[in-house]
Design a protein around this ligand. Sequence first.
Ligand code: ADP
Ligand code: 5GP
Length: 211
Amino acid sequence: MGKKGILAVVSGFSGSGKGTLMKELMSRYPQTYALSVSATTRSPREGEEEGREYFFKTKEDFEKMIAKDELIEYAKYVENYYGTPRAYVEKKLDEGMDVILEIEIQGALKVRERFPDTLLLFVTPPTAEELRARLIGRGTETMDVIKSRLDRACEEAKGMGAYDYLIVNDDLNDCVEKMHAIIQGEHQRSSRNEEFMRKIKEDLNSLKGED
Ligand code: ADP
Ligand code: 5GP
């Protein structure tokens, strides 16, 4: 069987640019990455499509998915449920693709508990002021919702240290390439190459025995 892909979680404050970053990463490296599409009970934003940004669910349907254990993890974020459907993630990892979950911190920690070799990446804008400016500039939420997302960012900031890498999204292009380099570098980690190490040790031993 071929090598399994890496499961990478990308979190970051709302408005830090995760969505923009993911779109760019997928379009540059479509053969390498698969982006998991989450289920949510929040309403679609203008321009969002069912099955592309999210699978939009009623609360009842979402709770059914939980009961049937169809989600790897789920969390409540500012009054709505968000969760990661299991089947797609497992299939793509088995196909050897690196799978990215763009999820918030509670979900990230649950995924790592369940799959300890998950790579955790945290995306942040260069400054707090810039975060507020991006949220306002996106123009998709009311000032009340923006305020609750900034409050939530204060909470999430406490958990940044649990992540493996911090990625500052200043220049978008640089940021996409940094993320790609980190995930691809991770493939070289010795603990992810047990099978290779076992094989070359065995082959070296048989060479030694040959003469
Ligand atoms: P998130 O998915 O983290 O909530 P978005 O991808 O929706 O964030 O980005 C929030 C806003 O910031 C959007 O209007 C987006 O165009 C803008 N943005 C994203 N990355 C950058 C960047 N590197 N520089 C300037 N603006 C950015
Ligand atoms: P938004 O409403 O801006 O699309 O997403 C709000 C937050 O929910 C973001 O921090 C996003 O990363 C997170 N999120 C999206 N999908 C999931 C998911 O499947 N599980 C969890 N735990 N969080 C998610």
